[in-house]
Design a protein. Structure first.
Length: 103
């Protein structure tokens, strides 16, 4: 499963588990309902800042949106790696890099 497919499946799963509609989640996260729908279908991939907003709203870690949950051992490895990277990288620098501000 690709990262894009994993993100689409996980986003919908977490949204539904929290009883949120696409309309409500998109309103809270600051994106359109159409954009959120495209994310859940795997047609689009969110920016780093939108991943951050979605994960805060859903009360999950950002990497949880990206993990492929079809292989538990692989999940553990991915989770360990992503946690290491997130601990090592300044979140602000990552968001600036995503926005094209390289300083």
């Amino acid at each position: 499963m690709s990262v894009n497919d994993s993100m689409a499946v996980n986003l919908k799963k977490f949204r539904e588990e929290r009883g949120l509609t696409q309309e409500k989640l998109s309103e809270i996260a600051g994106c359109s309902k159409n954009h959120l729908s495209a994310l859940e279908r795997g047609v689009k991939f969110p920016s780093a800042s939108l991943i951050d907003k979605l994960s805060q709203t859903l009360k999950i870690k950002p990497y949880e949106l990206l993990l492929d949950t079809s292989d538990n051992e692989e999940i553990r490895k991915q989770k360990d790696f992503v946690e290491y990277v997130m601990d090592s990288v300044d979140k602000k620098k990552l968001l600036n890099l995503n926005a094209g501000n390289i300083d």
